[in-house]
Design a protein around this ligand. Structure first.
Ligand code: SF4
Ligand code: FE
Length: 492
């Protein structure tokens, strides 16, 4: 396993093409826009050597060796529960997305789906994927799970788009491998990953065969271009440390728009090539695993937000006010509700035909749907308690200026025994964690709420629920009533 430093240094040997703010980033490790994201991901490596190593590591079912949990294929419900607990702990330390779960989920989804394709189509993707997995585990690689296509006109299927590149597709094949073209959007952790694992983004029909593709590609493969996303207040990183709120770790995952300009992939790294019938299951498996996470990582963030809100109340001298206590309790309730859902969908996980463990789909989708509301409500309550202060604070430079600094120091003090700087720093942290980019991520990360609603409807047995109600209400099903009437007639 790599430690945090070894991970960071390993990124230096890669040469991905990344553009940010009109410039090329030469080193993700050293550039101020990407370094905080590197630090967040590095925490997934550091944890494997810390006091929570039991959560952060696992035994590989392939080699029997100890591996970082972020490269592990779940072998039990205990593995699934540990994943959630681990994510919560990491978020408590980073206060932001640490990105590596997407790859973990893509690996686990691919493990299940390749097994199924092979069984039904006589292909050899699963064995190929196992070889790749060994390579990932041996080298403790960070994989960017790469699902979301740019999608163009949402009312049209991939093959119907005016521009055929709106979904990643296979443009040619030969005896050595395939060539893919298209783009993946919102790619969490891509800039500081070693490789990406691309997979389909939607269900596909026979006319979309060329879009049914799964493959592993190094982030610096020829033809790959990344355009780094902009986040709320990200330029503050270049101006000091107080105003960013979380200077070491930034906000959310450092997403990219990743363009695949006719990228060659050798057959050893191709795990689906044309089997469109399995695209939907692939998407659902990946999505459920990723939705499971949100009651872990977001709850860790909520822990920090609640802590910062309580601290603000204390700095303001009002921690005992009954309405403040009530709101803090509400925040705790909202956070722990998300956690309960994640633990539940993990504990209710089941073995797959491939031998790995998969979460309960219905409960996993419930986790994430709750997050799309609860994180907003938690943030709303944090703003309520922290006060308008978090929206009107002056620049860090003015706080540090000998002319204006003393005024800010004097007039922004809360309780006399708390330094003004503590109050400012805590407010900036809250601003960072409850602002635009962070909230939008809670809404759309792992899919939009509508995607979860569709799954909730699909996964729920409404007929059975109606039966429960009919039994109690003393109503026989209409068909049974008809049969009874016929039988009575015959008897007469
Ligand atoms: Fe992991 Fe959460 Fe970031 Fe998704 S949003 S990659 S689950 S930390
Ligand atoms: Fe996410």
């Amino acid at each position: 396993m790599k430690n945090a430093l070894e991970y960071i240094e390993s990124l230096r040997s890669l040469k991905p093409v990344i553009y940010c703010n009109g410039e090329k980033i030469e080193s993700v490790v050293d550039h101020p826009m990407t370094r905080p994201h590197v630090n967040s991901a590095a925490m997934t490596y550091a944890m494997a050597f810390g006091p929570d190593a039991d959560l952060a590591t696992a035994t590989s079912h392939l080699t029997g060796k100890k591996v970082n949990r972020f490269t592990h294929i779940h072998q039990s419900t205990d593995d699934l529960v540990k994943k959630v607990k681990l994510l919560r702990k990491i978020s408590q330390k980073t206060g932001t997305c640490f990105q590596r779960c997407v790859g973990l989920d893509a690996l686990n989804a691919t493990y299940i789906v390749t097994h199924k394709i092979d069984k039904e189509c006589g292909t050899e993707y699963h064995q190929r994927f196992i070889e790749y997995l060994k390579y990932v585990q041996e080298n403790d690689l960070m994989i960017a799970g790469s699902m979301t296509d740019v999608k163009g006109d949402r009312s049209l299927k991939p093959g119907q788009q005016a521009d055929p590149d709106m979904y990643v597709r296979i443009v040619s094949k030969n005896e050595k491998g395939i060539v893919v073209r298209g783009a993946k959007a919102h790619q969490t952790g891509m800039a500081n990953s070693h490789e990406m694992l691309i997979l389909p983004t939607t269900n596909l029909g026979p006319e979309d065969k060329d879009y049914a593709v799964a493959a592993a590609i190094p982030v610096d493969a020829p033809g790959v271009i990344h355009i780094f996303g902009r986040q709320t207040n990200d330029q503050r990183r270049l101006q000091g440390d107080i105003d960013t709120g979380n200077a070491k770790f930034a906000i959310v995952g450092g997403e990219t728009l990743t363009i695949l300009n006719d990228v060659f992939v050798p057959w050893e790294r191709v795990f689906m090539c044309g089997e469109y019938q399995y695209a939907q299951e692939y998407v659902e498996k990946f999505a459920a695993y990723h939705r499971q996470n949100y009651g872990g990582c977001k709850v860790g963030l909520a822990d920090v937000i609640i802590g910062a809100t309580q601290a603000m109340a204390e700095y303001n001298g009002v921690p005992k006010a009954s309405h403040i206590k009530d709101k803090i309790i509400e925040m705790i309730n909202l956070a722990e509700t998300m956690y309960c859902c994640s633990i539940a969908c993990s504990a209710e996980g089941k073995p797959t035909e491939a031998g790995s463990y998969y979460v309960d789909t219905l409960l996993a989708n419930t986790v994430k749907l709750n997050c799309t509301r609860n994180m907003y409500e938690i943030s709303r309550l944090a703003h309520d308690i922290a006060g308008g202060f978090i929206a009107t604070l002056p620049y860090e430079a003015d706080y540090k200026s000998p002319i204006t600094g003393p005024y800010i120091e004097k007039y922004f003090r809360g309780r006399a025994d708390v330094p003004t700087e503590h109050r400012i720093r805590m407010a900036r942290l809250l601003e960072n964690m409850t602002g635009g980019t962070a909230l939008a991520e809670s809404m759309h990360g792992a899919g939009s709420p509508q995607a979860m609603r569709i799954m909730l409807y699909r996964e729920t047995n409404l007929k059975e629920k109606m039966k429960f109600a009919r039994n109690l209400a003393g109503i026989k099903p209409i068909q049974a009533q008809g049969e009874e009437a016929a039988a009575t007639k015959e008897n007469k």
